[in-house]
Every structure is written in structure tokens, then in C-alpha cells.
Design a protein around this ligand. Structure first.
Ligand code: GAP
Length: 444
């Protein structure tokens, strides 16, 4: 973990937030390379959900949430962790995460601590005009259910997907970006006919595993955890956690829950007229029926929900951990290389003139950079450092799949040397062939 943290800072992936003032615990900032990696991961998820499935729609809802939503979702009452104080060191911990140096006899009895951040909304600070920063993106999907059903032509089964920030006032944020207070979630709520939910649950577990493998997280590093009944979240009938072997241990990367009809049943009006199977709080405030009419029986049905919910930061940590390699080279040397899947690499190619500031070489390199950039594959950089060896080392370390060197021969033969990050093999290719070559590499 230390090596990864150090690489992330040194190369501009991830920084502690507000570091110049000592930092803010549980918050991280994504630097020039981190933001590219994060965007690429989110794009891969978005494509696999929305562009590859005609029955999944996207949403980007507000973060600040009306408290009544989180009252009916159950978060106001149940979204808490047990917290203890250590009378000896004066610090607070989640009851299951007390460090070894705190003695049992120094700890207070656990008490529940709600993890939601509250903030004032509007100019009046009267304790009543407040909102919550959402603790999960899911709730706005449920509250927009009818808007989306009415504005699209979807029938069951169909899904609504969202990527966005979520906030949790974690008692003990830790393990770099694994447990933080501000993070992003990639969540799908997939609405299905009651009775078909268990089959759909199984099928989404498999789809999500396949997707993680495509992102470079192999099955050997994953275990599935069938969450026991007494550990399930208040809304869940069954949850399969995708557990990943993080550098600090085996922990949850993504949860795939069967949320039954709990959420739509909690937020709907006319609860009594609907056959809601989950135990929900009475709702006298909702003005909308959140159900689908069966075309044949004309009966209103509250769909069940299958929810694959993944954290972007945990995904990035797993992907970086898998990609990070130190390789022995000939002559006792070694190199650090991030073997990221090319579609995730922050920089897709570096174009390097052999001689710094040489007008002819820089002109060819810069034209080539512009041509490749226009392919819309992600960031291409021109490296006018004149130090090929140093450029190779840097681009190995940040996971750039291709380094392209423009040399004096390029002026005559219109070709360049292309070096592959993983094999370090070099081949001579014509400049015209490069766009197609790069497209192939990035999309493979
Ligand atoms: N809507 C369901 C839900 O939010 P969750 O298991 O609490 O379920 C889903 O969270 C995912 O969000 C987790 O699998 C994890 O990847 C990510 N996540 C949750 N809390 C996090 C935190 N404090 N820091 C980073 N990621 C977190």
C-alpha cells in the first residue's frame, strides 16, 4: 500500500485533500492522471450499463437531498455505526475498528452514530431548513422512478443507472482511498417483476464479475461473500458482496443487493392499495404512485429492485493494485510498470521527438500528437524532453501503453518507432498506420 500511495502522489494520481494545511481526514483529490483514470473507469461502467443495454437509462440527480426522502428510505433511523470512545487516548472509533493499543476497560459502551452529513439549505439557520448530502446515489433513482417511466418507453425489466458523489461521515476513515468520507458510487437500480428477482440477482452478479475482469481485476483476486441474514442492510433480502484482496486485506469492492420492493414501496403513495411485501414505514407525504401497471391483469405492481453498487475509489485502488508491477531487467536493473488495461490508461500515447526542440522533429511529433488526439481515445501527450530513456521510465510508471519516437529517419521515411509498454518491444510503423494501430490497442 505504501508503494502505491507514494506512486500516486509522485506521479500525480491522488493527493491528500488540503495537504498544505495538514490535510482533511477521509478526503482525497485526484490529480492530472488520477482524474483521467477515474473518468475512464466511469466511462467504462457507463458504456457497459447504458450504451450496451437499451433498457437501462441514465440519471444525474442532485446531491443535496430533502430529509423526507432519507426518512422514508430508512437512513435517518438506521444509517449508523456503533461508536466507542477510548478514555485513555481520547479518540473515537467504530466499535469493530478499535486499534490494538486501546484496552477494553478504557472503552465506553458503543452508541449509534448516524453517518449522514447535514447542511443548512437556504438563508435561515433555524435547525429545520436543512438537507443531507446523499449517503448513496440510489435514493434519487427511486424518487425519479415515475419521471423516467413516463418519459421513456420502458417496461419491466428495466434499469436506471447513476454515477455520482456520496458522502458518509465515517468514524474511522482509513486505508488510503478505501474508506473515505466523500466518494463516488456507480449504481444501477434494475427493476424486475416480483418472483423473477432471484434469477436477475444471480445474473447481475455474473455480469458484474465479468466487468471487473475486463477492467483488469482478475477472478483470482476476488471472492464472493453471501452476506448472512443478520448482517444485511435494512432494505435487503439478499446481498452478494464482491470482495477484493486489497493490499490491507479482503474487503468489499461492490455490493449486489436484492432490495425487493422496499424502496419504491417506501416512497409510494397509496401504500395500502399495493401488495408491498417489504416492511415499510407509513408514507402520507408522497404524491406519486411508484408502480407499474400489468398490461394483462391491469393490476398495479411494485417492482423488485436488483442493485449492483460499486465505489469508484475502491475500483481505482483495486485496479492500481493489480496493475502495479516491479520487473527485473537485464543487468540487475528494475522498472516499475503500471500494466493498466489501455482503455483505462490516463495517457494513451506519448509522442517523443528524439532531439529536444529540433524544429523538424517537433513539427512531425506535434502533427502526429494532434492526429492521434482527434481519434478521441483519451489524452495523448507530446514529450519534448529529449531524454528517451527517462520518458520511457515515466510512461511505464503511469501506464501509458505506447511511446512513439520521432527520429531523424522519420523526416525521410515518414515512419516512427513504437514501443510497447508491457513487452518493451519496439517496431517501426508508418505514421499513417498509427491512428488505426492505437484504436486497436485502446479497444482491445
Ligand atoms: N446503495 C447501496 C449502497 O450504498 P454500500 O455497500 O453501503 O451500498 C456500495 O455501498 C459501495 O460503495 C461499496 O461496495 C463501496 O465500493 C462503496 N463505498 C461505501 N462506503 C464507502 C466509503 N466510505 N469509502 C469509499 N467507498 C465506499
Amino acid at each position: 500500500m505504501e508503494e502505491l500511495v507514494s506512486l500516486c502522489k509522485r506521479r500525480g494520481f491522488i493527493f491528500q485533500s488540503g495537504e498544505i494545511y495538514g490535510g482533511l481526514q477521509g478526503m482525497y483529490d485526484f490529480g492530472p492522471l488520477g482524474v483521467e483514470l477515474k473518468n475512464n473507469l466511469k466511462h467504462a461502467w457507463w458504456s457497459s450499463m447504458i450504451y450496451e443495454n437499451d433498457n437501462i437509462e441514465g440519471l444525474d440527480a442532485s446531491i443535496l437531498t430533502n430529509p423526507i426522502v432519507l426518512k422514508h428510505s430508512g437512513h435517518e433511523d438506521t444509517f449508523s455505526d456503533p461508536m466507542v470512545d477510548c478514555k485513555s487516548c481520547g479518540l473515537r472509533f467504530r466499535a469493530d475498528q478499535v486499534p490494538k493499543h486501546c484496552k477494553k476497560e478504557d472503552l465506553t459502551e458503543p452508541r449509534q452514530f448516524n453517518l449522514m452529513f447535514k447542511t443548512n439549505v437556504g438563508p435561515i439557520d433555524d435547525g429545520k431548513s436543512f438537507g443531507y448530502l446523499r449517503p448513496e446515489t440510489a435514493q434519487s433513482i427511486f424518487t425519479n422512478f415515475k419521471n423516467i417511466v413516463d418519459s421513456t418507453s420502458n417496461t419491466l425489466p428495466f434499469g436506471i443507472a447513476q454515477i455520482g458523489k456520496a458522502f458518509r461521515n465515517e468514524i474511522t476513515p482509513r486505508n488510503f482511498i478505501f474508506r473515505v468520507r466523500e466518494f463516488e458510487q456507480m449504481e444501477l437500480e434494475f427493476f424486475v417483476a416480483p418472483g423473477t428477482d432471484e434469477e436477475w440477482h444471480k445474473s447481475w452478479v455474473q455480469k458484474r464479475l465479468d466487468w471487473w475482469v475486463q477492467q483488469g481485476v482478475p477472478m483470482e483476486s476476488i471472492e464472493l461473500y453471501d452476506v448472512p441474514k443478520d448482517e444485511l442492510a435494512h432494505y435487503s433480502k439478499g446481498t452478494i458482496d464482491v470482495m477484493y484482496k486489497f493490499p490491507h486485506g479482503l474487503e468489499e469492492l461492490e455490493g449486489i443487493a436484492n432490495r425487493t420492493d422496499f424502496d419504491l414501496g417506501s416512497h409510494t403513495k397509496n401504500q395500502d392499495e399495493l401488495d408491498i411485501t417489504a416492511k415499510v414505514m407509513e408514507n402520507k407525504s408522497s404524491n406519486t404512485r411508484l408502480a407499474i401497471q400489468d398490461i394483462e391483469t391491469k393490476k398495479w405492481v411494485v417492482p423488485y429492485v436488483i442493485e449492483p453498487s460499486a465505489g469508484v475509489e475502491r475500483g481505482i485502488l483495486a485496479i492500481l493494485n493489480e496493475a502495479y508491477n516491479i520487473e527485473e531487467l537485464e543487468g540487475g536493473k528494475e522498472r516499475t510498470v503500471l500494466k493498466l488495461k489501455p482503455h483505462l490508461s490516463p495517457i494513451k500515447a506519448a509522442v517523443i521527438p528524439l532531439k529536444k526542440n529540433n524544429e523538424d522533429l517537433v513539427k512531425i511529433a506535434s502533427d502526429l500528437k494532434n492526429t492521434l488526439q482527434k481519434q478521441n481515445l483519451g489524452r495523448i501527450v507530446l514529450e519534448n524532453s529529449g531524454n528517451i530513456g527517462k520518458s520511457y521510465r515515466r510512461h511505464d510508471e503511469i501506464g501509458t501503453p505506447l511511446c512513439i519516437t520521432v527520429d531523424f529517419e522519420s523526416i525521410d521515411d515518414n515512419s516512427v518507432t513504437v514501443r510497447d509498454r508491457d513487452t518493451m518491444n519496439q517496431e517501426r510503423l508508418s505514421i499513417e498506420a498509427l491512428p488505426a494501430y492505437l484504436i486497436d490497442i485502446v479497444n482491445k
